[in-house]
Design a protein around this ligand. Structure first.
Ligand SMILES: NC(=O)c1ccc[n+]([C@@H]2O[C@H](COP(=O)([O-])OP(=O)(O)OC[C@H]3O[C@@H](n4cnc5c(N)ncnc54)[C@H](OP(=O)(O)O)[C@@H]3O)[C@@H](O)[C@H]2O)c1
Ligand SMILES: [Zn+2]
Ligand SMILES: [Zn+2]
Length: 331
C-alpha cells in the first residue's frame, strides 16, 4: 500500500491537498514519482469537481508491476488524457482508442489520481517514454495540449503546401503554431488582440490577424484548415469567408452550448467540420519524437505544486495572462 499526495478540485472551486491510498501494483501498473505537470484549459472545467486534477504528467518510474515489460525504474515517462481502453473493439484495433466505448479518461475515470500529485499509478501501456532532448517541464504540456493539436494536423493528413489557420494563442495554440510551421505549412494566426503578435511570429507564424471587433477578416491566402483553440467558441460567421473551398475546421475548444455555424457557406464551399479529441497512443509517441527532432517546446511559467501555487496558476490562466502554459513542479 502506498499513500500519495494529490490535489483535488472542490465544490467551491478551491484546491485541496489530500491523500490517495493505492494497493500493491498489479498487472502492468507502474508507480511514478511526478516531476512536472502542465495545467490545461480543460482543468479549469473540473475545478469544481471532487476529483484529483491534472492530465499532463511527467515523472520517473519508481516501481513496476509483475507484468510490466517495457518500463524500468528510473525511466522518464509521461501520460495524458486517456488511462485505459478495452484493447479489443474496432476503435482500439484501428488505433482510434480515444473513442473506445470502454475508455478510461480524465474527468470520467480514476478520479482518485491525476498529475497534480506527488505520485501516480498507471498502466505501463498508457505511458510514453520521453525523448532525451525534451526536459520534464517541456514534455508535460505536450501530453495533452501538444498531443491534441498535433493529432488534428497529423491524423488528418496536413500537407506542407497548405495554409493552416491557428485561432487562439494559448497553451494549445502556441504549440499548434510550432507544429504546423515545422510541417512546412503557411501559418496564419488569429488572436483576440495584437498583444501576442511578436511571440507568434517568433514561434513560426507567417501572418497574424487580430480578430476582436473586426467586421471582416483579411488574410493573404484562404485557409485549407483551421484549428480553433480558443477557450470559448469563436464567432463562426466571421471565419466562413476566409476558408478555402473544401477546407476543414477543427473545433477543439471544450465549450458549452450548441455548435451553430452559417449553413449555406458550409454547402457552397464544401467545408468539413472535424471533431477531434486528444490523440491515440501511436500519434502521441510520434508527436513526442517530432517535437524532440524539431526542437518544439512550450513556453512555460513554473509554479510550485501546492494549494497556493495551483490556485495562482489557475487564476492567471483564467484571466488570460498565462504565457503560455503553466507547469506545476512538486515541492
Ligand atoms: N479537443 C481536445 O481534445 C482538447 C484538448 C485539450 C484542451 N481542449 C480545450 O481547448 C481549449 C484551449 O485550451 P488551452 O489549454 O490552450 O487554453 P488557454 O491556454 O486558456 O488558451 C485559450 C486561448 O483562447 C483565447 N481566449 C481566452 N479567453 C477568450 C475569450 N473569452 N474569448 C475568445 N478567446 C479567448 C486566448 O487566445 P488569444 O489571446 O490568442 O485570443 C487564449 O490564449 C480549451 O477549451 C480546452 O478545454 C480541448
Ligand atoms: Zn488537456
Ligand atoms: Zn476498445
Amino acid at each position: 500500500m502506498v499513500s500519495i499526495t494529490v490535489f483535488k478540485g472542490t465544490k467551491d472551486g478551491s484546491i485541496k491537498q489530500s491523500k490517495t491510498e493505492k494497493a500493491e501494483l498489479s498487472g502492468d501498473q507502474v508507480l511514478l514519482k511526478v516531476t512536472a505537470s502542465g495545467l490545461c484549459g480543460t482543468d479549469l472545467h473540473y475545478r469544481h469537481a471532487d476529483m484529483v486534477l491534472g492530465h499532463e504528467g511527467v515523472g520517473v518510474v519508481e516501481e513496476v508491476g509483475p507484468q510490466a515489460k517495457y518500463m524500468k525504474k528510473g525511466d522518464r515517462v509521461g501520460w495524458g488524457y486517456e488511462h485505459d481502453c478495452c484493447g479489443h473493439c474496432q476503435q482500439c484495433l484501428t488505433g482510434m482508442e480515444t473513442f473506445c466505448p470502454e475508455r478510461a479518461m480524465y474527468g470520467f475515470a480514476d478520479l482518485d489520481q491525476g498529475s497534480f500529485a506527488h505520485h501516480a499509478v498507471w498502466r505501463e501501456a498508457f505511458l510514453f517514454k520521453i525523448p532525451d532532448d525534451l526536459s520534464d517541464e517541456a514534455a508535460a504540456p505536450l501530453q495533452c495540449g501538444g498531443a491534441t493539436v498535433f493529432n488534428a494536423l497529423h491524423l488528418f493528413n496536413t500537407k506542407p503546401t497548405e495554409t493552416v489557420g491557428i485561432m487562439g494563442v494559448g497553451g494549445l495554440g502556441h504549440l499548434a503554431i510550432q507544429f504546423a510551421a515545422k510541417m512546412g505549412c503557411r501559418v496564419i494566426v488569429l488572436s483576440g488582440s495584437d498583444k501576442k503578435k511578436d511571440e507568434a511570429m517568433r514561434l513560426g507564424a507567417h501572418e497574424f490577424v487580430a480578430t476582436k471587433g473586426a467586421k471582416e477578416l483579411k488574410v493573404s491566402a484562404p485557409l485549407d484548415r483551421l484549428l480553433v483553440t480558443t477557450s470559448v467558441q469563436p464567432q463562426w460567421d466571421l471565419l466562413m469567408p476566409i476558408m478555402a473551398p473544401g477546407a476543414t475546421i477543427f473545433p477543439l475548444s471544450v465549450a458549452e452550448g450548441n455548435f451553430e455555424i452559417p449553413y449555406m457557406p458550409l454547402l457552397l464551399s464544401g467545408l468539413r467540420i472535424q471533431g477531434s479529441l486528444v490523440a491515440s497512443r501511436y500519434v502521441q509517441q510520434r508527436m513526442l519524437d517530432f517535437a524532440a527532432l524539431h526542437k518544439i517546446a512550450p513556453i512555460v511559467e513554473k509554479f510550485p505544486m501546492t494549494e497556493e501555487g495551483i490556485t495562482d496558476a489557475m487564476e492567471k490562466l483564467d484571466k488570460g495572462d498565462m504565457r503560455y502554459r503553466a507547469v506545476l513542479v512538486p515541492q
